[in-house]
Write a protein that binds this ligand. Structure first.
Ligand SMILES: [Zn+2]
Length: 306
C-alpha cells in the first residue's frame, strides 16, 4: 500500500486533497473510514491533543490498527495541533504517520526552533511533520484583520528551508469552529498563489475548513439544540483550493460533530423510549460516512485515488 508521502506528492500533481478528519471515538472513526472506503479515497484520520487525552493513548493505536486491517484501504494517523515537543514525540513513539507541531503563536525564531526539534526527532523515525505559520483568525480577529494574520510568503520559504518540515499549514482566511465569518467568507487565493511561487510543488495545508452544512444546523435546532448563526467555508472555495492549488490536506472537525449531533438529537426525539446507544450510533455512523464520501467526491476530488 502507498504511504502518506506518496499521496502528498500525488495530490498536488493530480489536483485533489486529502480530507483530514478528526475523531474522538470509535464511532466517529468508523464513520470516517466507511466514508473513505465508499469513495475509495486515501483516509487521513486526525486526533488532537484533547482527543488524545480523551481517548487515552493506550486505546488509540489498537483502535486505529484494527480499523486499518478491517477496511483494507490506506488509512493514516495524524496528530493535529501538537503544541509541544513532548506530545509530538509521544505520537512519533506510538507510531503515528504524521504529526503537526503548532508553534504559530510563537515568535518566528521560536517557531523555527521548536519545529526543527520536532522534525529532527520525527524524521529519524520516518514520521512526517506539518508545521504552521501565520495565525488562524477567530471571527473578531478576522473583522479587524490586518495582513499580518495571514501567512507571509517570504517567511514561509525561509521557514520551510530552515526547518525542513514536510508540509505547512497556511493562514489565508479560514478559522476554526462553527462561527467562522460574520460576512461572506473569502479565501485569499492571491496570498496562496504567492506562497506557491515561493515554494513550488510544496504540500500546503488548510485548517478551519468546515463547511458547516445548514442542513445539519437546521436538524439540530429543530430537535432541541441551539446552534444559531453558524457559518462555514463555501464548498466551491474549498474545491478550488483542492483542485487548483497545492493544498494537499484539508482539515474537517466541526462538520463531523454537527452531523453526529444532528443524527443523535433527531433519533432520540423520534424514539423517546430508546436507551440503546447502538441504535442512535448506527444512524450517526451512517450519516458521517455519507457526509465524508460526498465531501471526498464533490469537494476534495479524492474519489478513486487509492
Ligand atoms: Zn486546525
Amino acid at each position: 500500500m502507498k504511504d502518506l508521502s506518496f499521496y502528498m506528492k500525488d495530490s498536488i500533481k493530480q489536483g485533489y486533497s486529502l480530507g483530514a478528519y478528526n475523531f474522538v471515538s470509535m464511532e466517529i472513526l468508523k464513520g470516517i473510514c466507511e466514508g473513505c472506503k465508499k469513495s475509495l479515497s486515501p483516509c487521513l484520520t486526525s486526533i488532537s491533543e484533547g482527543g488524545f487525552s480523551y481517548l487515552g493513548e493506550d486505546f488509540i493505536l489498537p483502535t486505529f490498527e484494527t480499523a486499518k486491517k478491517h477496511y483494507n484501504i490506506p488509512i493514516f494517523l495524524h496528530l493535529d495541533h501538537g503544541k509541544s515537543f513532548e506530545i509530538c514525540k509521544k505520537a512519533v513513539d506510538l507510531g503515528f504517520d504524521s504529526v503537526m507541531i503548532d508553534g504559530s503563536s510563537l515568535p518566528f525564531e521560536e517557531n523555527i526552533a521548536l519545529t526543527k526539534r520536532v522534525v529532527d526527532y520525527a524524521h529519524k523515525h520516518s514520521v512526517l511533520v506539518e508545521a504552521e505559520l501565520g495565525v488562524l483568525a477567530g471571527v473578531e480577529d478576522f473583522v479587524s484583520a490586518s495582513t499580518n494574520i495571514f501567512t507571509n510568503p517570504k517567511d514561509a520559504k525561509i521557514f520551510v528551508e530552515r526547518t525542513q518540515c514536510d508540509s505547512l499549514a497556511v493562514a489565508i482566511g479560514t478559522s476554526h469552529g462553527a462561527y467562522k465569518f460574520k460576512g461572506d467568507a473569502t479565501l485569499r487565493f492571491d496570498i496562496l498563489s504567492e506562497i506557491e511561487e515561493a515554494l513550488p510543488n510544496y504540500p500546503l495545508v488548510l485548517h478551519g475548513a468546515s463547511t458547516v452544512p445548514q442542513k445539519y444546523i437546521q436538524i439540530i435546532n429543530e430537535y432541541g439544540g441551539n446552534v444559531k448563526g453558524a457559518k462555514g467555508v463555501d464548498e466551491n472555495l474549498l474545491k478550488e483550493a483542492s483542485t487548483k492549488h497545492n493544498i494537499y490536506k484539508i482539515n474537517t472537525d466541526t462538520d463531523i460533530r454537527l452531523v453526529y449531533f444532528a443524527s443523535l438529537r433527531k433519533h432520540l426525539k423520534e424514539h423517546e423510549e430508546n436507551f440503546d446507544l447502538r441504535k442512535f450510533n448506527e444512524v450517526a455512523i451512517q450519516n458521517i460516512s455519507d457526509y465524508i464520501s460526498e465531501r471526498n467526491e464533490k469537494v476534495f476530488n479524492s474519489k478513486d485515488r487509492i
